[in-house]
Write a protein that binds this ligand. Structure first.
Ligand code: SF4
Ligand code: SF4
Ligand code: SF4
Ligand code: FES
Length: 353
């Protein structure tokens, strides 16, 4: 068991395990702290400074980043002072100096930390309007499933870190410095390590890395439903984002077996659900040609052949192969039907091919 240290947060005493980060200690008692670059799954770097709080002793308090500072016995922490608010507001104003004012048309609007914090800390419209000239960096659309708009990047480095530290791909880099910073996909002779897992896209606190979505939507038009990915047996938890009952995006579930990380299929391969080429009616082979038929007709053919094969060969005459492109519930029913109705345990799923 870890030793406890006594600290004071906003004039109240708490005992917390040693080596806890100040940010976590505050969050654990319900104090919300603004962050851009923090992600509990990554090594803290203190890049954005948005999480600064006053830390020290009664005699001397200093602004320090809470995400990268560990608690110490007797530490005094103040999270709500004017000094803290002013520091955060200054950081926001500096970010706006090179950030395009595109909120009305930005796909991230409504889910953007820069937008939310600017509202919370009362950043003036003048601070946003007096921006430097738009950097005019072309949007990088090289990836199949996401785009990179470096003009909106706030250099928090989270995308680069998650790709390197958790996905072990090192496929992204922050090149150049200051207002010239640009997010680039690393490539060697035209090849990229990027597996399009989407981890970088989901950690981006602004609209710099965005999924290439065919649908336009705002966050108040959507509903999120947690489910289990059907593409393989790992059991990754994900949130299906739906608008008018149609899947328009997949979001990570953080407290899950997969720790909010995915492969390209789980996170981006959902367009088949509403694809125009999907079969909506059963097909029967008639004179060697697949022909549309009614469900009743299809069931009659299935049942006729089921009985015939059972009589001739028993359950050994059957095998069932199911699809990842159907629901978990349908897959469950399918294996039940094969085991009970077709009397065989030879049932499998395309994820194992
Ligand atoms: S990234 Fe955020 S702050 Fe920037 S334009 Fe988009 S919504 Fe606005
Ligand atoms: S999609 Fe995945 S592999 Fe590709 S750059 Fe982003 S985190 Fe790295
Ligand atoms: S692209 Fe997004 S996650 Fe990456 S450094 Fe820029 S703001 Fe941060
Ligand atoms: S969240 Fe602490 S420095 Fe960025």
């Amino acid at each position: 068991m870890k030793n406890l240290v006594k600290i004071t947060i906003n004039n109240k005493e708490y005992s917390v395990p040693e080596h806890t980060k100040v940010l976590k200690a505050c969050e654990d008692i319900g104090i919300k702290i603004t962050t851009f670059c923090d992600d509990k799954r990554l090594i803290p770097t203190g890049a954005c400074r948005m999480c600064v709080v006053e830390i020290g002793t009664e005699r001397r308090l200093k602004l320090q980043t809470s995400c990268s500072t560990e608690v110490k016995e007797g530490m005094i922490i103040k999270t709500e002072t004017e000094k803290v608010a002013n520091a955060r507001k200054t950081i926001l104003k500096l970010l706006w100096a090179s950030h395009p004012n595109e909120c009305p048309t930005c796909e991230n609007s409504g889910e953007c930390k820069l937008q939310d914090y600017s509202f919370e800390y009362g950043v003036d419209i003048d601070d946003i309007s007096n921006i430097q000239e738009h950097r005019g960096i072309p949007i990088n659309k090289d990836a199949k499933f996401y785009s990179i708009d470096s003009n909106k990047c706030i250099s928090c480095n989270k995308c680069v870190r998650i790709c390197s530290q958790l996905q072990c791909n090192d496929a992204l880099g922050l090149n150049n410095r200051g207002p010239h910073t640009i997010i680039e996909r690393a490539s060697f002779k035209g090849d990229t390590n990027c597996t399009e897992c989407g981890a970088c896209v989901h950690v981006c606190p602004v609209g710099s890395l965005m999924p290439k979505s065919k649908e336009k939507f705002r966050n108040w038009q959507i509903k999120k439903t947690q489910t289990t990915c059907s593409y393989c047996g790992v059991g990754c938890q994900l949130n299906l984002v739906t608008k008018n009952n149609k899947v328009v995006r997949v979001d990570p579930v953080m407290d899950s077996i997969n720790n909010g990380l995915y492969c390209v299929k789980g996170i981006f391969a959902y367009n088949f659900i509403n694809h125009k080429d999907r079969l909506t009616n059963p097909l029967i082979r008639k004179d060697g040609k697949l022909t549309e038929c009614s469900w009743e007709e299809a069931y009659e053919v299935i049942d006729f052949n089921r009985k015939k094969t059972l009589t001739e060969k028993g359950g050994a005459g059957f095998a069932g192969l199911s699809s990842a492109r159907t629901t978990n519930e349908d897959n469950y029913l399918f294996q039940k039907m094969v085991r009970v109705g077709f009397q065989t345990n030879s049932v499998d799923h395309c994820a194992r091919l």
